[in-house]
Ligand binder design. Structure first.
Ligand code: 1GP
Length: 240
């Protein structure tokens, strides 16, 4: 499975992608089979697994259980190095480009090397840009960084371009899990028009309408977590 190649091809063909984000701290193992029946019946194309924290080290167990219940690619979206497991298919190798905290710009990446240097995981370099979603989110607290204001479109765009020029293969515009305000349409549109690499958008997307807005503005892949955690009937709106 070449996850990145598939994303590039989808972008070329204008096929939109949806990742269901599973936070290992919030997904009881016994719920995985029934949850994934709904995922399978939906338009979801990817499973992302990660959270800002994983206090009880649940990630590996959750990923192993997910792999038994889906054919979709399972991609790690780790809050820190302890969430890396070989049981997944791929890894978003994140750099928090909006922040100025060296821990999340390079330190965690160096700490991850012993876990990833001989891994079969497909490593996808990803520039991660935290944007103000109307409330203080977990990623802001854990990373001790300030999100970029939604009005500061030039800084958001230039951060994305700096990521692309540094060799990132994806740019992820993140309003933060449970954001009140998702990343605005004009920001998605500005960034997607100016970047050649695929664009991921997530944080605070709770309805089919918001999903379609993000897609039509230019998101190649949208990530939704909280809306599925809070209400699994949301999958009904997103049937294949
Ligand atoms: C968070 O972008 C993801 O990292 C998804 O956010 O949980 O608000 O859907 P939600």
């Amino acid at each position: 499975m070449n996850i990145y190649q598939n994303i590039l091809e989808a972008k070329k063909e204008g096929k939109k992608l949806l990742a269901v984000l599973i936070d290992p701290e919030k997904m009881p193992l016994q719920n995985i089979p029934s949850f994934f029946k709904k995922v399978t019946a939906s338009i979801a194309t990817h499973i992302f697994v990660g959270g800002s924290t994983d206090i009880n080290n649940q990630t590996e167990k959750v990923v192993a259980a997910i792999k038994k219940n889906t054919q979709l690619p399972v991609v790690l979206f780790p809050g820190d190095v302890r969430q890396i497991t070989n049981k997944a298919d791929g890894l978003l190798f994140l750099s928090l480009l909006s922040g100025r905290n060296p821990e999340y710009l390079i330190e965690q990446q160096i700490k991850s090397v012993p876990f990833v240097k001989d891994t079969h995981l497909e490593i996808i370099p990803t520039g991660y840009i935290l944007i103000d979603g109307g409330k203080e989110t977990a990623v802001q607290k854990v990373s001790k960084t300030t999100p970029i204001d939604q009005d500061n479109t030039t800084l958001i765009l230039n951060t994305g371009l700096a990521g692309q020029f540094s060799g990132k293969k994806l740019i992820y515009l993140e309003a933060g899990s449970g954001a009140t305000i998702p990343v605005a349409e004009n920001i998605i549109s500005l960034v997607s028009k100016n970047l050649t690499i695929p664009l991921i958008v997530g944080g605070g997307i709770k309805s089919k309408k918001q999903l379609e807005t993000a897609f039509s503005a230019g998101a190649d892949l949208v990530v939704i977590g909280t809306a599925f955690e809070n209400d699994e009937t949301f999958f009904e709106d997103l049937k294949k």
